[in-house]
Ligand binder design. Sequence first.
Ligand code: AN7
Length: 362
Amino acid sequence: MSTRYAGLIERYRNRLPVDDYTRIISIGEGNTPLIQLQNIPSIIAKDVDIYVKFEGLNPTGSFKDRGMTMAVTKAVENGSQAIICASTGNTSASAAAYAVRAGIKAFVLIPDGKIALGKLAQTLMYDAQIIQINGNFDSGMSLVKEISKHAPVTIVNSINPFRIDGQKTAAFEIIDELGYAPDYHCLPVGNAGNITAYWKGYTEYAQDQGDLKAVVSKRPVMCGYQAAGAAPFISGKMVDNPETIATAIRIGRPQSWDHAWNAQKESAGWFDCFSDEKILEAHKMLSHYEGIFCEPASATSLAGALKDIASGKIAEGSKIVCTLTGNGLKDPDTAINQCKDSHPVTIDATLDAVKKAILDKM
Ligand code: AN7
């Protein structure tokens, strides 16, 4: 028997809305590594186990692929010839790739000039119909919701419930790997689809294992972290002009508002927000101390965990999972800017010059 990994729908088929006849649209998504941080806990001098779920290793470099395999599989099953989304970049790249795989069309609405370079490059290469708008994600989202009443296109933003179903499998993978749910789960929050999906996944696994009391103790505390300039869950109201360097989460009107509040309440969790400076600090720490290169928005989860560990809100001895939602290669501009003070040396191509360059740095 082949043990080839065929994607998350195959792996968690009995927990997903597919049957034996469903044509599965997959690019081998899921099964991402859960990496324990080895250096950061000692740098902060705290006895905690921090794991990162590195979703940047999905086929298009973000967690969106988990939801997209499911959403596009169901769109095709239901006879759809075209999908559409509004996006800060990752959803558009993912939608475009899965549409190609399925042989259908993808239309993507993106905020002009406000998506990271790698995401634009991918979406162009996947040959999506790109519609740039003079507006932000939130205006794109409301247009997409409207247009789907007027054109035969299936929305694949996370308001599509199949997206949430696909994304919940990340929680299954974590429990399958650790053997238990972590004490805390930290996530960056934009539209709030992902926090909704993880909570659903943790809840479904816990429900398998017994009565309601047991369920509560078998699920993590959910911690949702936002960028300070785009933090509706902190102010408690929608934000009109969201701004942050973490363009992935430059969202002021989260679509999964009620679901995310529900996850916070049921898990006795919390929301918090961070300046761009703090987000970039965590972004750099992951690369500099752990060899893990994620995109800026993703590092918001670590920024949050570090703050709450330092204050004692997350106690020592805790097991914490931070989701790193996207790959660092998505946003090369911000990465290079982060390192503008480190000057690569340029030398003559001689043995002596190379020797000197090495010995200078030892
Ligand atoms: C790297 O691509 O909304 O809270 O249009 O790309 O589930 O929205 C991206 C969101 C976190 C927030 N990290 O997740 C889009 C889009 C990264 C992201 C989020 C996004 P949600």
